[in-house]
Design a protein around this ligand. Structure first.
Ligand SMILES: Cc1cc2nc3c(=O)[nH]c(=O)nc-3n(C[C@H](O)[C@H](O)[C@H](O)COP(=O)(O)O)c2cc1C
Length: 215
Protein backbone atom coordinates (compact mmCIF):
# COMPACT_ATOMS: atom_id res chain seq x y z
CA UNK A 1 0.00 0.00 0.00
CA UNK A 2 1.26 3.49 -0.90
CA UNK A 3 2.40 5.35 2.25
CA UNK A 4 0.43 8.47 3.17
CA UNK A 5 2.81 11.43 3.16
CA UNK A 6 2.33 14.03 5.88
CA UNK A 7 4.25 17.31 6.19
CA UNK A 8 4.45 19.00 9.58
CA UNK A 9 5.28 22.65 8.90
CA UNK A 10 6.35 25.06 11.60
CA UNK A 11 5.60 28.60 10.46
CA UNK A 12 7.24 30.40 13.37
CA UNK A 13 10.06 32.77 12.40
CA UNK A 14 11.99 31.22 15.33
CA UNK A 15 14.10 28.37 13.91
CA UNK A 16 14.40 26.80 17.39
CA UNK A 17 12.41 26.77 20.63
CA UNK A 18 9.07 27.96 19.26
CA UNK A 19 5.63 27.13 20.62
CA UNK A 20 4.58 26.21 17.05
CA UNK A 21 7.36 23.60 16.92
CA UNK A 22 6.52 22.28 20.40
CA UNK A 23 2.88 21.75 19.39
CA UNK A 24 4.02 19.73 16.36
CA UNK A 25 6.36 17.68 18.61
CA UNK A 26 3.36 16.89 20.84
CA UNK A 27 1.11 16.02 17.88
CA UNK A 28 3.57 13.78 16.03
CA UNK A 29 3.33 10.69 18.33
CA UNK A 30 -0.48 10.86 18.07
CA UNK A 31 -0.39 10.41 14.29
CA UNK A 32 -1.05 7.07 12.62
CA UNK A 33 1.93 4.73 12.13
CA UNK A 34 0.77 4.40 8.48
CA UNK A 35 1.99 7.93 7.86
CA UNK A 36 5.35 8.86 6.44
CA UNK A 37 6.06 12.14 8.25
CA UNK A 38 8.36 14.94 7.06
CA UNK A 39 9.17 17.99 9.14
CA UNK A 40 9.68 21.45 7.63
CA UNK A 41 10.34 24.91 8.98
CA UNK A 42 9.17 27.93 7.02
CA UNK A 43 10.90 30.74 8.94
CA UNK A 44 11.86 32.97 6.00
CA UNK A 45 9.68 34.70 3.36
CA UNK A 46 10.44 32.07 0.74
CA UNK A 47 9.96 28.28 0.59
CA UNK A 48 13.38 26.59 0.16
CA UNK A 49 13.52 25.01 -3.31
CA UNK A 50 14.14 21.53 -1.91
CA UNK A 51 11.12 21.82 0.43
CA UNK A 52 8.51 23.00 -2.11
CA UNK A 53 8.22 19.69 -3.94
CA UNK A 54 8.39 17.62 -0.76
CA UNK A 55 5.68 19.74 0.92
CA UNK A 56 3.31 19.83 -2.03
CA UNK A 57 3.83 16.16 -2.88
CA UNK A 58 2.28 15.34 0.53
CA UNK A 59 -1.23 13.99 1.08
CA UNK A 60 -1.69 16.00 4.29
CA UNK A 61 -0.21 19.34 5.39
CA UNK A 62 -0.27 20.47 9.00
CA UNK A 63 0.71 24.11 9.48
CA UNK A 64 1.56 25.27 13.00
CA UNK A 65 2.26 28.99 13.33
CA UNK A 66 1.94 31.94 15.73
CA UNK A 67 -0.81 34.54 15.45
CA UNK A 68 0.65 37.88 14.37
CA UNK A 69 -1.62 40.96 14.53
CA UNK A 70 -4.69 38.70 14.29
CA UNK A 71 -3.34 37.15 11.10
CA UNK A 72 -0.68 35.02 9.44
CA UNK A 73 2.98 36.14 9.95
CA UNK A 74 4.08 37.99 6.79
CA UNK A 75 6.96 35.61 5.98
CA UNK A 76 4.54 32.66 6.02
CA UNK A 77 2.04 34.58 3.89
CA UNK A 78 4.81 35.03 1.27
CA UNK A 79 5.41 31.26 1.39
CA UNK A 80 1.68 30.63 0.85
CA UNK A 81 1.76 32.92 -2.24
CA UNK A 82 4.68 30.88 -3.61
CA UNK A 83 2.82 27.63 -2.97
CA UNK A 84 -0.20 29.09 -4.75
CA UNK A 85 1.90 29.68 -7.89
CA UNK A 86 3.27 26.12 -7.69
CA UNK A 87 -0.24 24.67 -7.20
CA UNK A 88 -1.50 26.47 -10.31
CA UNK A 89 0.89 24.29 -12.31
CA UNK A 90 0.46 21.11 -10.23
CA UNK A 91 -3.17 20.84 -9.09
CA UNK A 92 -3.63 18.82 -5.84
CA UNK A 93 -7.37 18.47 -5.07
CA UNK A 94 -6.56 15.39 -2.93
CA UNK A 95 -4.30 17.37 -0.56
CA UNK A 96 -5.83 18.11 2.88
CA UNK A 97 -4.69 20.99 5.08
CA UNK A 98 -4.92 21.38 8.87
CA UNK A 99 -3.82 24.49 10.82
CA UNK A 100 -2.72 24.95 14.43
CA UNK A 101 -2.48 28.62 15.40
CA UNK A 102 -1.07 29.56 18.80
CA UNK A 103 -1.35 33.04 20.24
CA UNK A 104 -0.08 35.15 23.12
CA UNK A 105 -3.59 35.92 24.36
CA UNK A 106 -5.03 33.44 26.85
CA UNK A 107 -8.10 32.69 24.71
CA UNK A 108 -7.55 30.32 21.79
CA UNK A 109 -10.49 31.75 19.83
CA UNK A 110 -8.31 34.82 19.11
CA UNK A 111 -6.83 32.60 16.39
CA UNK A 112 -10.11 32.27 14.46
CA UNK A 113 -9.33 34.97 11.82
CA UNK A 114 -5.97 33.35 10.98
CA UNK A 115 -7.58 29.89 10.74
CA UNK A 116 -10.20 31.36 8.39
CA UNK A 117 -7.40 32.85 6.25
CA UNK A 118 -5.81 29.40 5.83
CA UNK A 119 -9.23 27.90 5.05
CA UNK A 120 -9.82 30.57 2.36
CA UNK A 121 -6.36 29.92 0.93
CA UNK A 122 -7.36 26.24 0.58
CA UNK A 123 -10.47 27.15 -1.44
CA UNK A 124 -8.44 29.55 -3.59
CA UNK A 125 -5.68 27.07 -4.45
CA UNK A 126 -8.02 24.07 -4.86
CA UNK A 127 -6.94 21.88 -1.93
CA UNK A 128 -9.18 20.45 0.82
CA UNK A 129 -9.63 22.04 4.23
CA UNK A 130 -9.39 19.71 7.25
CA UNK A 131 -9.65 21.49 10.60
CA UNK A 132 -8.23 24.35 12.64
CA UNK A 133 -7.00 24.42 16.24
CA UNK A 134 -6.60 27.76 18.04
CA UNK A 135 -4.34 27.52 21.09
CA UNK A 136 -4.30 30.32 23.66
CA UNK A 137 -1.58 30.88 26.26
CA UNK A 138 1.16 30.40 23.64
CA UNK A 139 3.70 31.92 26.05
CA UNK A 140 3.54 28.90 28.34
CA UNK A 141 3.41 26.06 25.78
CA UNK A 142 7.13 25.36 25.79
CA UNK A 143 7.29 25.20 29.57
CA UNK A 144 4.72 22.36 29.45
CA UNK A 145 6.73 19.98 27.27
CA UNK A 146 7.94 18.06 30.37
CA UNK A 147 4.40 17.72 31.78
CA UNK A 148 2.78 14.30 31.12
CA UNK A 149 0.02 14.30 28.48
CA UNK A 150 -3.42 15.21 29.78
CA UNK A 151 -2.12 16.38 33.17
CA UNK A 152 -2.38 19.71 35.04
CA UNK A 153 -2.11 22.84 32.87
CA UNK A 154 -1.63 20.64 29.78
CA UNK A 155 -5.01 18.86 30.04
CA UNK A 156 -6.93 20.98 27.51
CA UNK A 157 -4.03 21.06 25.04
CA UNK A 158 -3.74 17.24 25.08
CA UNK A 159 -7.49 16.73 24.59
CA UNK A 160 -7.51 19.21 21.67
CA UNK A 161 -4.41 17.71 20.01
CA UNK A 162 -5.90 14.20 20.33
CA UNK A 163 -9.14 15.38 18.71
CA UNK A 164 -7.20 17.01 15.88
CA UNK A 165 -5.05 13.87 15.45
CA UNK A 166 -8.22 11.73 15.16
CA UNK A 167 -9.36 13.86 12.21
CA UNK A 168 -5.90 13.88 10.62
CA UNK A 169 -5.61 10.07 11.00
CA UNK A 170 -8.88 9.60 9.12
CA UNK A 171 -8.15 12.54 6.78
CA UNK A 172 -11.56 13.96 7.67
CA UNK A 173 -12.90 17.48 8.11
CA UNK A 174 -13.81 18.71 11.59
CA UNK A 175 -15.16 21.75 13.40
CA UNK A 176 -12.49 24.17 14.61
CA UNK A 177 -11.31 23.66 18.20
CA UNK A 178 -10.21 26.45 20.56
CA UNK A 179 -8.38 25.94 23.85
CA UNK A 180 -6.84 27.84 26.74
CA UNK A 181 -4.43 26.42 29.35
CA UNK A 182 -5.80 24.80 32.55
CA UNK A 183 -4.22 27.61 34.51
CA UNK A 184 -5.64 30.80 36.09
CA UNK A 185 -5.81 33.59 33.49
CA UNK A 186 -4.51 36.13 36.03
CA UNK A 187 -1.47 33.91 36.75
CA UNK A 188 -0.69 33.73 33.03
CA UNK A 189 -0.97 37.54 32.71
CA UNK A 190 1.31 38.16 35.71
CA UNK A 191 3.85 35.62 34.33
CA UNK A 192 3.80 37.28 30.87
CA UNK A 193 4.36 40.75 32.35
CA UNK A 194 7.26 39.46 34.48
CA UNK A 195 8.75 37.84 31.35
CA UNK A 196 8.53 41.09 29.36
CA UNK A 197 10.20 43.08 32.20
CA UNK A 198 12.97 40.45 32.35
CA UNK A 199 13.53 40.63 28.57
CA UNK A 200 13.52 44.45 28.55
CA UNK A 201 16.21 44.48 31.27
CA UNK A 202 18.28 41.81 29.49
CA UNK A 203 18.23 43.94 26.34
CA UNK A 204 19.60 47.01 28.15
CA UNK A 205 16.28 48.94 28.13
CA UNK A 206 13.87 49.94 30.87
CA UNK A 207 10.17 49.46 31.69
CA UNK A 208 8.90 52.58 29.89
CA UNK A 209 10.45 51.33 26.61
CA UNK A 210 7.71 48.66 26.45
CA UNK A 211 5.27 51.33 25.22
CA UNK A 212 7.77 53.13 22.95
CA UNK A 213 6.67 53.73 19.35
CA UNK A 214 9.24 52.60 16.80
CA UNK A 215 8.10 54.95 14.01
C1 LIG B 1 4.80 40.77 15.71
C2 LIG B 1 3.95 39.97 16.66
C3 LIG B 1 2.56 40.07 16.60
C4 LIG B 1 1.75 39.33 17.49
N1 LIG B 1 0.39 39.45 17.41
C5 LIG B 1 -0.40 38.75 18.26
C6 LIG B 1 -1.83 38.89 18.21
O1 LIG B 1 -2.40 39.61 17.39
N2 LIG B 1 -2.57 38.20 19.12
C7 LIG B 1 -1.99 37.35 20.04
O2 LIG B 1 -2.73 36.73 20.83
N3 LIG B 1 -0.63 37.18 20.09
C8 LIG B 1 0.16 37.86 19.22
N4 LIG B 1 1.53 37.70 19.26
C9 LIG B 1 2.12 36.73 20.21
C10 LIG B 1 2.48 35.40 19.53
O3 LIG B 1 1.39 34.86 18.81
C11 LIG B 1 2.89 34.39 20.63
O4 LIG B 1 4.02 34.90 21.31
C12 LIG B 1 3.18 33.00 20.13
O5 LIG B 1 3.11 32.10 21.25
C13 LIG B 1 4.57 32.84 19.47
O6 LIG B 1 4.65 31.54 18.93
P1 LIG B 1 6.02 30.89 18.37
O7 LIG B 1 6.90 30.62 19.58
O8 LIG B 1 5.57 29.62 17.71
O9 LIG B 1 6.64 31.86 17.41
C14 LIG B 1 2.36 38.44 18.42
C15 LIG B 1 3.76 38.35 18.48
C16 LIG B 1 4.54 39.10 17.62
C17 LIG B 1 6.05 38.98 17.70
Amino acid sequence: MKPIKVSLISGSPKPLSSSSGTLLDELKPMLSSRFHVNIHSLNKPSVPEESMESILDSDILIFSFPLYVDGIPSHLLSCLYEMEIYLKRHARPDLTVYAIVNCGFFEGHQALPAIELVKNWCYKVGVSWGQGLGVGGGGMIQSLSGVPDGQGPKKNFSIALNELANHINTCSEGENIFVSPNFPRIGYKIGAEMGWRYQIKNNGLNKKDIGRRLV
